[in-house]
Design a binder for this molecule. Structure first.
Ligand SMILES: NC(=O)c1ccc[n+]([C@@H]2O[C@H](COP(=O)([O-])OP(=O)(O)OC[C@H]3O[C@@H](n4cnc5c(N)ncnc54)[C@H](O)[C@@H]3O)[C@@H](O)[C@H]2O)c1
Length: 397
């Protein structure tokens, strides 16, 4: 059983609490910190939490607390982490780890020097559909991964601080791109170095200083490409989709809209549908179990198991730091309109990886380019001569 201090009683704090205390869970939030007394009290009442406080250090230092869960705005993550280091408490932190790479690096170094457990709460690499897809990728069902793409777009976040570039650290690239980057990075291989980033970003709709729309490409050392598509101005709900393309196969995942449950209602008795759903009438796409389908259950199960077993979770502060470093390069590229290098002061993956050859021999003299059965019944091959480079096609049946 884990005894948790939850820092933050807002949107994600409550999703986390629903997961941590869901079903027949033994884990318990025993202390809640919120800035406002009424919010702390309400959360404590809702989750039958013994201790509430408006003093963050008091929640962290509570003698019965053995893990701290940070569910605070981006600009408070670093201060909260430093207090966990001071009190030597295991810490799990929501995304993004920092507002930029430098802040994330400082947090990573602090927890490692303090020798405390650290987990990065990137729920979307724990979503059941992601986990299933990732198993197939790891088993080689898709061959060499060439291109991994992830999209998170919605009509914009729910609290004021997100829209303030100083407090949030960025716009939708930081807020949503952090998910997409970790999803695509995991499919490509977290031990493969992200080399450079090309990004377009713009403020298309909202009256803000940060970007509300962006598309980026991340080049990896093995030649694979990661792609993120993010928006705070998308209409129609929350669009969470991933695509993985490899030499042997393809996976498409739709996590939130059109997931297999379609419903029509005139609006009579209409209620909450799903996160960021823009309507509760007409044709709707409810999500069966958001807490599970977004990965929170699998994420906390792994985090808490790792604390108990003394092992590292699949997502640590190091991963949060790499994601922040990639985002820094994306912001730079959006300004310079050039490919910008990913600056990683700390890199723990492979070095000097080259593009793996996937040439297929057709016969001793030729490589196979393509084989196809046409609609008129012919079986064709397109082949390339190994010495001359000449490309020819042959009908073989
Ligand atoms: N899927 C996800 O992983 C996911 C989803 C949403 C938000 N988040 C992240 O969770 C964090 C919190 O976002 P949220 O959506 O819950 O925000 P929110 O505004 O709904 O809640 C934030 C909470 O922090 C408190 N707070 C605000 N300012 C504070 C301050 N200066 N000091 C201390 N407490 C303060 C608020 O009172 C509130 O309880 C952010 O880092 C965000 O990126 C993650």
């Amino acid at each position: 059983m884990r005894r948790i201090a939850m820092l933050g009683s807002g949107f994600i704090g409550r999703f986390y609490a629903d997961s941590i205390e869901g079903q027949r869970s033994k884990d318990k939030i025993i202390s809640i910190y919120a800035r406002k007394e009424e919010n702390a009290k309400k959360f404590a009442a809702d989750y039958k939490c013994d201790h509430w406080t408006t003093n963050m250090e008091e929640a962290i230092a509570h003698p019965d607390v053995d893990v701290v869960c940070i569910a605070l705005p981006n600009y408070v993550h670093a201060d909260a982490v430093m207090l966990c280091c001071k009190h030597k408490k295991a810490v799990v932190t929501t995304k993004p780890l920092g507002r930029n790479g430098a802040e994330a690096l400082q947090m990573m170094k602090a927890v490692e020097e303090a020798g405390i457990f650290n987990g990065y709460l990137e729920d979307l690499v724990y979503a059941p559909k992601f986990l299933k897809a990732y198993e197939s990728v790891k088993n080689g069902a898709l061959g060499r991964i060439l291109w991994a793409k992830s999209r998170e777009t919605h009509p914009g976040p729910h609290s004021d601080w997100f829209w303030n570039i100083e407090l949030a650290g960025g716009g939708c690239i930081l807020d949503l791109g952090c998910h997409c980057i970790e999803i695509t990075r995991t499919f490509i291989g977290k031990d493969i170095r992200p080399v450079e980033v090309m990004c377009w970003a713009d403020t298309q709709v909202k009256p803000i200083d940060a970007e509300d729309h962006a598309i980026g490409l991340i080049k990896y050392e093995n030649g694979a490409i990661g792609q993120f598509e993010v928006s705070w101005a998308f209409r129609g709900g929350m669009d969470l989709r991933d695509e993985v393309m490899g030499t042997e196969g393809t996976i498409w995942i739709n996590n939130f809209l059109r997931t297999g449950m379609d419903m029509f209602t005139t609006g009579k008795g209409a209620d909450y549908v799903a996160e960021k759903a823009e309507s509760n009438t007409g044709w709707l796409f409810p999500v069966g179990d958001e807490v599970n389908d977004l990965g929170y259950n699998h994420m906390f199960t792994e985090m808490f198991n790792c604390i108990e077993n003394g092992t590292d979770p699949r997502e640590t502060f190091y991963d949060g730091y790499v994601v922040n470093a990639i985002i820094d390069a994306a912001y730079k590229s959006a300004k310079t309109k050039l490919w910008e290098p990913v600056q990683l002061e700390v890199w723990r993956g492979k070095e000097g990886v080259t593009k793996q050859s996937t040439l297929v021999d057709y016969d001793v003299d030729h490589y196979l380019i393509k084989e196809e059965v046409t609609h008129y019944g012919a079986k064709k091959v397109v082949i390339k001569h190994k010495q001359t480079g000449k490309i020819v096609e042959r009908i073989i049946e």
